[in-house]
Design a protein around this ligand. Sequence first.
Ligand code: BF8
Length: 641
Amino acid sequence: MSRKKLKDEASIKVLDSIKGQGIETIWDRYEKQEPHCGFGLLGICCRMCNMGPCRIDPFGTGPQKGACGATADTIAARDMARSTAAGSASHSDHARDLAHTFIAIGKGTAQGYSIRDPNKLRVIAREYGISVENKKDKEITLELGEKALKEFGKQDDEQLTLSKRAPKKQQEIWKSLNIYPRGIDREVVETLARTHEGMDQDYKNLVQTTMRTALADGWGGSMVATELSDILFGSPQPIRARANLGVLKEDEVNIIIHGHEPTLSDVIVTASQDKELLELAKSKGAKGITVAGICCTANEMLMRRGIPVAGTFLQQELAIMTGAVEAIVVDIQCIMPGIVQAASHFHTKVITTSSKASLPGVGCIEFHEDKALDTAKRIIRLAVENYPNRKQDIVNIPKESMELIAGFTAENIFYNLGGKFRASYRPLNENIANGRIRGVAGVVGCDNPRMGSGSYHIELVKELIKNDVLVVQTGCAALTCAKEGLLTPEAAIEMSGDGLKEVCKTVGIPPALHVGSCVDNSRILIACTEMVKEGGIGNSLDELPVAGAAIEWMSEKAMAIGWYFVASGAFVLFGTPMRVAGSQAVFDYITKEIENIVGGKWAFEEDPIKAAHIMIDHIDKKRKALKLAPMLYKQPYKVAV
Ligand code: BF8
């Protein structure tokens, strides 16, 4: 069933090629899980203590309380809070590792790194209160790394990126609601403590801690990860590349980099050009070395170095099944255990590099900054030496790959919209105000076999741009839409509404802008803040004609992202409710009532066309409240929802 919604030709071809060989994929395993447990889906199964698991009867005839007396409201809200804390912890721990890398660079113990954006180093250092006058990069890098690291452990003080950047109105709301986050670690720990058996039982209070923890991530952990990555690996600039399995090469050594932290992958990309290793590859019969990415490591390397993208989360096993991958090198997050089983049918070596993400039976070449280049070379050598083991007769690389433009940021986007003579958000705000652009939508997050296996993102984005909504994208949603050609300027001409087409054509940008990996959703927060600062389309984030969606969301990180946007005043749509539908009270609270409290709220809709129009309706509601001009051009059609 779930495979029927998969529309990606390259993926379908690989799946067809392995038919009848007893090789399992995520779709097979997903289908074996069906029908899924209704209690679990509704969020009314409690596993917090050893009196349970306790289940609440959703039809009202069976038990309505767990053994301790917990209701569906407590159980659902508690589960949501814990998941959001896990998601926030994942993004933020990624940021912490980068801070450690900065310290290592500053101390001169890191190997193979240089600061690629010294200007941004100084800008961010100043923001952190570090004096930069007459100081060398190394010195500032050390101080910034140490300061950034301190953000995690703050007990009562505010995080700097948040207090200095978030719009005033949002900060006042957070203070009045007692959801102004303190240090990242404190918020995550407190959420875990508050969700222990016998602790917080009031669902509204639990939603409060959920929002505070997510805000600590969005305006803190994730934002720190983005800024430090820009400084270290270079601030992205629009760059052309290609995406989909067709980027793998039949006659070269193919190495997949997969995960989220680019600290090792960046050095792998550099080392793949090493003369000695290229010679070694030739001696083994390969014409060269191709490094291609999967998931957010792909996004990080794509937007900074133009590295091709092999695929999304759902394509990690499929890349191996082309038979043409010598090594898949994984760091952290979104690494399916299934890749080990997939690799066992082929010659591919799976290499883990972090002690935080170990796979049973798989060798780890642990990454440490002081030996980064040596480690990268060792990994590449292993891959190259594995090339003769490739069975050329079973190699099946689909030809599909698509051109894309990646690398837009909150900083460079105004150059692209206004040109160097008008480098501000004014052109964007003006075109929203005058009705050429209806508003802006973030379409982000995972691809999920429960949903459209990526196809829902594509349908959603096509419907949005057709109705003059400018789209910004991160994560696997961005990679999925890239494969469909939506991240090209041509998509504006072929698929956008007349107003959006006019703007994109004038400045030569795609109607869907790639703004990075999942931690880079923080860029969208900053871009929205800049839109507020520029004026004319809302005085705070909740007034802007914007909306967000992670229609195929899968990971807990997506929940953290969704929550920090809602708490910041945005409208956020997920395809399925976050395991809270078993509590009517929690469901109503987060989809309705909460809008009067923080300005943002949730919506849940699986049908991508309906989802697009729910978002468009929200954008139109905001336009109306702001008394903006009617849309300039008649729209193609409007779906009644
Ligand atoms: O962090 S979009 S599947 S890769 S969780 Fe994972 Fe989801 Fe992809 Fe990036 Ni984000």
